[in-house]
Design a protein around this ligand. Structure first.
Ligand code: CP
Ligand code: NVA
Length: 309
């Protein structure tokens, strides 16, 4: 694995390897075992959108792995003033050992990988959110012990989360059902991929239909970063696309609920359902740290260091 650009690039084996390493790093972290697998390495973190979890978990993760992370906001970099990504990639490749980028266009992430010579990790684009979905899969496996035979349901906007969940869920062997309004469907590339999975994938505009017998329910904000001008229009379009008691009653009695956060209570999820499943949702948030550490070790070439730091 050279980069993490999108879930579509990963094989089932890659995902399993990341999740196994993430489980191991989580266990070691909880037991006070140091794992300085990226000692002396530097990760650049380019943020063109806001972040709480991604920024803090990457920075902390890099520190726990013995390296350091640089927070590079759009406002500070010349990229924000129009320096081409091709040049930024070639310059940063000479200083850094890896780049995590959160931006709008997937093309910008792909171009960093194309023109640079160091590993690139996608920390969210309009198209996908692979780091989040690796943490989500880690959490599902942690709570349910398996993927095979489980049904994942996503209700809401056909956005970056929907795209990555469809691809990730199907790749690891889950059945995936999605409910989106007709005008807010997932990306054609995710739907094209899902076609290969026949009746293991289903798409509807009726949330209750998608939620039937689900083992894991996902939702996400109605208005993603960059779409704020459409907030009011989206409130109308997404009314009813909410995880609530009625949806929970349609799912399996032991269904878990996941949310990438930040959550908008009483919009895509009720306060009641959110709080009833808070342990699963915050474990999911914690798992960003462990899953991303595994990704960084795998793409940035971490080796066990026998030096005592
Ligand atoms: N879920 C997620 O990516 O959170 P942040 O936007 O806070 O990084
Ligand atoms: N779909 C959301 C996810 C935030 C983590 C967004 O892109 O804003």
């Amino acid at each position: 694995m050279d980069h993490l650009l999108k879930m579509l690039d990963l094989s089932k084996e890659d995902i399993t390897e990341i999740l196994n390493l993430a489980d191991q790093l989580k266990y070691e972290n909880k037991n006070g075992i140091k794992h300085h697998l990226l000692k002396g390495k530097t990760l650049g973190m380019i943020f063109q959108k806001s972040s709480t979890r991604t920024r803090v978990s990457f920075e902390t993760g890099m520190y726990q792995l013995g390296g350091q992370a640089l927070f590079l906001s759009n406002r500070d970099l010349q990229i924000g003033r129009g320096e081409p990504v091709q040049d930024t990639a070639r310059v940063l490749s000479r200083y850094l050992d890896g780049i995590m980028i959160r931006t709008f266009e997937q093309q910008e992430v792909d171009d960093l990988a194309k023109y640079g010579s160091i590993p690139i990790i996608n920390g969210l684009t309009d198209f996908c959110h692979p780091c989040q979905v690796l943490a989500d899969l880690m959490t599902i496996r942690e709570f349910k012990g398996r993927f095979e035979g489980l049904k994942m349901c996503y209700i809401g906007d056909g956005n970056n989360m929907a795209n990555s969940l469809i691809v990730g869920g199907l790749k690891v062997g889950m059945e995936v059902s999605v409910a989106c309004p007709d005008d807010y469907q997932p990306d054609a590339k995710a739907l094209e991929f899902a076609k290969e999975y026949g009746d293991k994938f289903s798409m509807t505009n009726i949330p209750l239909e998608a939620a039937k017998d689900a083992d894991v329910l996902f939702t996400d904000v109605w208005t993603s970063m960059g779409e704020e001008a459409e907030t009011e229009k989206r409130k109308v379009a997404f009314a009813g696309y909410q995880i609530n008691d009625e949806i929970m009653a349609a799912a399996k009695p032991d269904a878990m609920v996941q949310h990438c956060l930040p959550a908008h209570r009483e919009e895509e999820i009720t306060e009641k359902v959110f709080e009833a499943h808070a342990n699963e949702i915050f474990e999911e948030a914690e798992n960003r740290l462990h899953a991303q550490k595994a990704v960084m070790v795998m793409v940035m070439g971490g080796k066990a260091s026998d030096e005592d730091d």
